[in-house]
Design a protein around this ligand. Structure first.
Ligand code: SF4
Length: 206
């Protein structure tokens, strides 16, 4: 891997798109809910479900922990896999209701990560999104967009390998990790997903 290539990619993306200031949520719990709902669906669907949960005053730990499952299923139906997602959300809310979200998020970063991973339906990407954007701790999120972009510039690896590369090269900084992931997603949506490779700003990066 070329020295500081990931820092140069960050600079290029930031110059191209400007700051994204993610995650689009009002509270840490909203981040958690969004991170679960966004699995295998578009963000527009997540926004719709979040709006519905807000309208029913369910975007709060205690309320969601006690929510009627049928209502939850209806509210998250637009996100697909609605039965699993409704039951996962309820279980996560029950977990936070029992253990306290602030208490969980005050644990060591790797403890938060492993705790999230121990919950049903939470894999690496969702766990790291929660660690970074809800717990506000420096853990780099890898997703399919990141994997594809890295492959385009000659960097390959599994989830943990790619995460290790980013965390090794970048300063350990929550804001940079947040911004970088957001830039990758937004760039990928605007370019990679629209067959705009001929205009790609990363072409030939060394
Ligand atoms: S625009 Fe094309 S070349 Fe550039 S990162 Fe996306 S997929 Fe790769």
């Amino acid at each position: 891997m070329k020295p500081e290539i990931l820092c140069r990619v960050y600079d290029l993306l930031l110059d191209e798109l400007g700051p994204q200031n993610w995650w689009p949520a009002e509270t840490a719990f909203e981040v958690v809910v969004g991170a679960v709902l966004t699995q295998q669906t578009k963000w527009a669907n997540v926004e719709k479900a979040i709006d519905g949960l807000k309208e029913h005053d369910l975007l709060e730990v205690q309320a969601l922990a006690k929510a009627d499952v049928a209502l939850l299923e209806e509210l998250v139906r637009c996100c697909g896999f609605y039965r699993q997602k409704a039951s996962r959300l309820k279980e996560i809310a029950m977990f936070f209701a029992e253990h306290g979200m602030d208490k969980v998020f005050s644990m060591h970063i790797e403890q938060i990560r492993s705790t999230m991973l121990s919950l049903k339906g939470i894999g690496n990407e969702t766990a790291d999104s929660i660690v970074l954007y809800a717990a506000n701790k420096p853990k780099f999120v890898i997703d399919a967009y990141t994997t594809r972009m890295m492959k385009c510039i000659g960097i390959q690896g599994n989830y943990m390998q790619l995460q290790g590369m980013f965390e090794k090269e970048l300063p350990t900084d929550v804001d940079i990790y947040k911004e970088y992931h957001a830039l990758i997603v937004e760039y990928s949506k605007a370019y990679c997903g629209r067959n705009r490779c001929s205009e790609c700003i990363l072409t030939g990066i060394e």
